[in-house]
Design a protein around this ligand. Structure first.
Ligand code: ADP
Ligand code: MG
Length: 736
């Protein structure tokens, strides 16, 4: 299992009408052969253009068809072999992401990557021999850091992310839709497209502000020469990201700005994940920082094949954004994935289907192939039951049959046709069994049930067989040829690319290693190379300067956000501190520190889960000892918490007693500390403390008497009186 880097291609759209009327200049150019892209800073003449190399460059007049065949084709093909693949478009709003992913129907060469991928997958499926596929689709949107199912019954519902040790990160309750043809895929994506959240910005008035992920899930069952089935699963994610532009440029304010912050949160999290992966030093990859990065986790540094299409505008007015996109894309090139085939998926639906199909076929052929009605098959075992059970089963089968009949009128026609074709065989069968059931009404029922079951089995078989696709065009030589041709073309392109890229790096080596005919020739070649290298050095220095400036801007942005969040946090805290004393004391929300300790951070939903609101209820006499203790404890705590003015002991210390002790007051008083034991209230004895002072005439010179005299100490009434007496006498002894 080798590693391979994320493939990155850049696509530059033509100047649009608005840019043309504004007289915008082109600042972007490309060397298509060498897959290089150049961008010049507008209004600056003495700086060389910045240069980037990618796995493919597509300029204003290149078509989506060309791009797909050269770069997306091998990736999508590998999905039909059991790999996972992701294609995502990145770039500012209006740079051509949707044009590339969704595309337009006219001209045909500009049809988007998504419809092409559908077509491609179904072409591969139909050409496959001895292989069956189950194709399902899902479509979700991340909007304001909330996930919504674009194909679900309730598109407003917020879905949760979950993590599974084998499946990885997935969206709980995301709807899956079985698809059998390109047409069905297109209908589904259109339905989802209508459900997307659409916002309006100055850059592109109907651009989407959400990230969307359309996923095609494949289950592949290949039967080898020995009749053994091999299961695999592949998944293709087609991602259309929201615009990457800086907030200030869109003229967004208020709700829109908040939205933009969240869109950028996902995008900057994506940037951070890319940086961390490329850095090599960071062990921690911040996938958890946003929904998008969690969903794309396996596509970035995981086991998925990934293609990034960076879309840029060539106009000088978009220089900053285009440069930022190119830098982003340039970093992504270095991400390493380790693609592997998903062998033997545990939860494959296709396995269940295939097994059921086999069973059904065996059952049906078993019944048609023999006149012996009492043959012990699964079917007959379940039929030869009590009459009551026949009735129940018959009713259930008929109900199921009718339910499905209603929903699938067309299927019913097929069954009718199938049934009539088997009618003759059945009538033979009936004749053969006629002698045995002639006078028995029970057997008449068996016959009737037999009919119903048989029809149901045929229906189910047909239904299952229709769920699964594959091999329909296995004999279509022309289609297979075309399929093979495209595969070959993509391979050729790969070889071309490798040569072009290696030429880029070998050029300078050649100059150094070449053998020259004369000194002059060598000097000429080497000084030319020197000029080139000096140019590169200058460009690198400028790049460092620019990056530092950009970093500074970004840093200030972050700092401003941190300051704003801190202020907000402070406000919340001071409000809380004022509000807490207003909460009744017997409610757990009256203790802020305890609440903070008890609140739990939930990773999946990225929210705090505060403890439930609880009010300490009055205990009933039947309370258990444990509960009694709890109440007692709480009561004590409450007493301790009471304000100083209420607390006689402490006020005593603070005022009189303190001054007496510290001031050496001659009238040192004797404190009588009483712990009363009132009658049992609600099963608990409430302890109350009271004090009284007596001032016996004691001279200041004499040994000061013990300040406290415990007059009585009885805790629970239920305690034996003997104990109390004992303690009393002890105190008494002590006194004397
Ligand atoms: P995004 O989805 O990135 O916001 P769009 O795909 O909506 O941008 O493209 C903005 C406009 O530019 C659209 O009118 C689209 O038709 C046009 N456009 C984008 N890319 C191309 C291209 N390669 N060739 C021609 N027109 C394009
Ligand atoms: Mg778009």
């Amino acid at each position: 299992m080798g590693s391979e880097s994320v493939k990155v291609v850049v696509r530059c759209r033509p100047l649009d009408d608005r840019e043309k009327t504004l007289g915008s200049q082109m600042v972007l150019s490309m060397d298509l052969q060498r897959c290089q892209c150049f961008i010049e800073k507008p209004g600056v003449v003495d700086e060389p253009p910045k240069q980037f190399t990618f796995d493919g460059t597509y300029f204003t007049d290149q078509t989506t068809e060309q791009m797909y065949n050269e770069t997306a084709y091998p990736l999508v093909e590998s999905v039909t072999e059991g790999y996972n693949g992701t294609i995502f478009a990145y770039g500012q709003t209006g740079s051509g992401k949707s044009f590339t992913m969704q595309g337009v129907s006219e001209p045909a060469a500009q049809r988007g990557v998504i419809p092409r991928a559908f077509e491609h997958i179904f072409e591969s499926i139909q050409c496959a021999e001895n292989t069956k596929f189950l194709v399902r689709a899902s479509y979700l949107e991340i909007y304001n850091e909330e996930i919504r199912d674009l194909l679900g019954n309730d598109t407003k519902q917020r879905l949760e992310l979950k993590e599974h040790p084998e499946k990885g990160v997935y969206v709980r309750d995301l709807s899956m839709h079985t698809v059998h043809s390109v047409g069905e895929c297109e209908r589904i994506i259109e339905q989802g497209w209508r459900n997307r959240a659409v916002g309006y910005t100055l850059m592109n008035k109907d651009s989407s502000r959400s990230h969307s992920i359309f996923t095609i899930h494949l289950e592949i069952c290949n039967t080898d020469a020995s009749g053994q089935d091999h299961l695999r699963a592949g998944k293709l994610n087609l991602v259309d990201l929201a615009g990457s532009e800086r907030q200030s440029k869109t003229g967004a304010t208020g709700e829109r700005l908040r939205e933009a912050t969240k869109i950028n949160l996902s995008l900057s999290a994506l940037g951070n994940v890319i940086s961390a992966l490329v850095d090599g030093r960071s062990k921690y990859i911040p996938y958890r920082d946003s929904k998008l990065t969690r969903l794309l986790q396996d596509s970035l540094g995981g086991s998925t094949r990934t293609l990034m299409i960076a879309c840029v505008s060539p106009a000088d007015s978009n220089y900053e954004e285009s440069l930022s996109t190119l830098r982003y894309a340039n970093r992504a090139k270095s991400i390493q994935n380790r693609p592997r085939i998903n062998e033997d998926p545990k939860d494959a639906l296709l396995r269940e289907y295939q097994e059921e199909i086999k069973k059904l076929r065996a059952l049906i052929s078993g019944q048609l192939g023999t006149a012996n009605l009492s043959r012990p098959s699964d079917l007959w075992v379940c039929i030869v039951l009590s009459p009551q059970e026949y009735e129940e089963r018959l009713a259930k089968l008929q109900a199921e049959y009718h339910a499905e009949q209603e929903s699938k009128a067309k299927l019913q026609e097929d069954i009718a046709a199938l049934c009539s074709s088997y009618e003759s065989k059945l009538s033979n069968l009936e004749k053969a069994g006629a002698s045995r059931r002639s006078s028995d009404p029970k057997k008449g029922k068996i016959n009737c049930l037999h009919h119903a079951l048989f029809i149901y089995l045929l229906h189910r078989l047909k239904q299952l067989e229709q769920e699964v696709v594959g091999g329909e065009q296995a004999r279509n030589k022309e289609l297979q040829q075309r399929h093979w041709q495209r595969k070959k073309l993509a391979d050729q392109r790969k070889v071309q690319l490798i040569t072009a890229l290696s030429e880029n790096s070998e050029e300078s080596e050649n100059v150094l290693l070449n053998v020259y005919n004369s000194i002059q020739e060598e000097v000429h070649a080497k000084s030319q190379m020197l000029v080139k290298v000096q140019g590169k050095l200058k460009a690198a220095k400028l790049e460092i300067r620019d990056l530092q400036a950009e970093f500074e801007v970004e840093r200030n942005d972050y700092l401003a956000t941190i300051r704003r969040l801190e202020r907000e946090g402070q406000l919340m805290h001071s409000l809380l501190e004022r509000m807490v004393p207003l909460v009744r004391r017997d409610c757990n929300y009256s203790n802020l520190d305890r609440l903070k300790k008890e609140a739990v951070w939930d990773e999946d939903s990225a929210t705090w889960k505060p403890p439930d609101v609880m009010v300490q209820k009055t205990m009933l006499p039947s309370g258990t000892t444990c509960e009694m203790r709890q109440v007692e404890e709480d009561r004590y705590k409450e007493m301790l918490d009471r304000s100083d003015s209420e607390n006689i002991v402490s006020s005593y210390f603070k005022s009189k007693r303190a001054s007496q002790l510290l001031g050496g007051d001659a009238n040192t008083s004797e404190m009588i500390f009483t712990i009363h034991s009132p009658p049992l209230v609600n099963g608990v004895t409430h302890l109350t403390v009271s004090s009284s002072t007596t001032n016996p005439p004691v001279s200041s010179n004499s040994i000061p008497p013990r300040p406290f005299r415990l007059e009585s100490l009885s805790v629970l009434v239920s305690n034996s009186k003997v104990k109390r007496k004992k303690s009393k006498s002890l105190i008494h002894n002590d006194e004397t």
